[in-house]
Design a protein around this ligand. Structure first.
Ligand SMILES: [Fe+2]
Ligand SMILES: [Fe+2]
Ligand SMILES: [Fe+2]
Ligand SMILES: [Fe+2]
Length: 404
């Protein structure tokens, strides 16, 4: 399958930003600013085009395991939500490094995500000195740290001076000498102000070479699995939801005798179908009480965000509709677009059925998953009422009836 990794990450970074905003309070476009600043610094140091693509990718993914870490702590009874010192031992760095291991980067990015919280003087999460930290990790650390500390979404003369002072004072403390040197060369007031607001999207895209290429099925699965994990850990209500759907969608593809490439696309669509949930506040996703109408609408918006995120990525045209129309119903009562039967193809109908089946059968903290039979009864009711496709529901029974 052909895909531009930087294109995909560029689009997904908006959703990742929402996670950091939700959990850490950083301002919108944080990961894009981190990527942009890291890339400018790397360019100044003479990094190659492909190194810059990977640097931007790692910058966008630096906190990919934040949702996972927060959920793991939560399972132990620790609520680290909104806590600035949330992970002094770098657990999200280790989890994040493990997650990106299977991603086919262009260059060697070993330990870049792992060491994105290392200080030059060895006082960081793993006590690594600058000499033991890959340069990409040092650059991401610098960009991440100054954006989180000073909020570069708005820079005036006063903040600019504070920034220069901060970087200077932290030479050999937080930041290594080559990083500070490179920063001095690029950091004009104008450059900092360029990063304000949505302009950062265009600026970042201009800096990163277009890298569309053919990926193997295993590599595509690796991408998809990373994102499914991020999405699933956003809420402890749905910790295996996307991965479960991805696996079932692929399995159904084989059942229908689709070409293996189509089956992988189904896996990808399943993994990504709820990526829009990253945009939804965790407090609303996990609210124990009944949702207000407004909160319910906020959650429903996730399907539109999935559409909006995927539609911008070259090579994902068909997957975009398979993934984002999973809450549409044949009778027009679904969302986000209220499409009707004639506008919903087999793949869209399939994803809708699998989504419901998975949601019913998976365990949640407040309830055990339903049996296959009980879930089938609900699906059949929905078929009767014109919501979903009856022949696909029968196929789900054929495929999953014997294994559950
Ligand atoms: Fe981090
Ligand atoms: Fe960050
Ligand atoms: Fe959904
Ligand atoms: Fe879902």
């Amino acid at each position: 399958m052909k895909l531009s990794f930087s294109d995909l990450l560029g689009s997904i970074s908006y959703a990742l930003d929402c996670v950091e905003h939700d959990l850490l309070g950083v301002t919108t476009y944080h990961s894009k600013r981190v990527a942009y600043l890291s890339v400018l610094l790397g360019k100044e140091m003479g990094m190659s085009d492909m190194e810059l693509v990977d640097l931007a990718a790692c910058a966008v993914l630096h906190d990919n395991a934040l949702t996972e870490f927060v959920q793991e702590e939560y399972q132990k009874g620790i609520d680290v939500h909104d806590n600035e010192e949330l992970d002094t031992k770098g657990q999200h760095c280790s989890l994040g490094e493990r997650n990106v291991k299977d991603i086919p980067f262009h260059t060697n990015v070993e330990n870049v995500v792992l060491y994105h919280h290392e200080n030059a003087d060895g006082t960081g999460a793993f006590g690594k000195m600058a000499v033991d930290t890959p340069m990409m990790a040092q650059l991401i650390h610098m960009a991440d740290h100054i954006d989180a500390y000073l909020d570069l979404s708005f820079v005036d003369q006063k903040k600019y001076e504070k920034l220069l002072r901060f970087v200077r004072e932290n030479e050999d403390v937080l930041f290594s000498r080559p990083c500070v040197e490179s920063f001095r060369k690029i950091a004009s007031l104008q450059m900092m102000q360029d990063m304000e607001g949505a302009k950062i999207d265009v600026l970042l895209a201009e800096q990163i070479p277009f890298d569309e290429r053919e990926y193997t099925d295993a590599q595509i699965k690796a991408f998809a699995t990373v994102f499914a994990r991020i999405i699933d850990y956003k809420s402890n209500f749905t910790m295996h939801h996307s991965l479960g759907i991805a696996a079932k969608a692929e399995q159904m593809g084989h059942f229908y005798g689709y070409d293996p490439q189509i089956c992988i696309k189904l896996y990808f669509a399943g993994a990504m179908h709820d990526i829009g949930k990253l945009v939804v506040d965790r407090d609303v996703l996990e609210k124990p009480a009944k949702l207000t109408e407004e909160e319910f609408k906020h959650i429903q918006n996730h399907a539109f965000y999935t559409y909006d995120i995927l539609r911008k990525v070259h090579g994902l045209e068909d997957i975009t509709s398979w993934a984002s129309l999973h809450h549409e119903k044949l009778n027009g009562k679904g969302y986000p677009f209220g499409k009707t039967a004639s506008e919903l193809g087999h793949m869209e109908r399939l994803m809708a059925c699998i989504d419901i089946y998975q949601a019913l059968t998976e365990d949640r903290p407040y309830k055990e998953g339903m049996s296959h039979e009980a879930s089938m009864n609900i699906l059949h009711d929905m078929v009767e009422n014109g919501f979903i496709d009856g022949s696909i529901v029968s196929d789900l029974h054929t495929v999953f009836g014997t294994v559950s």
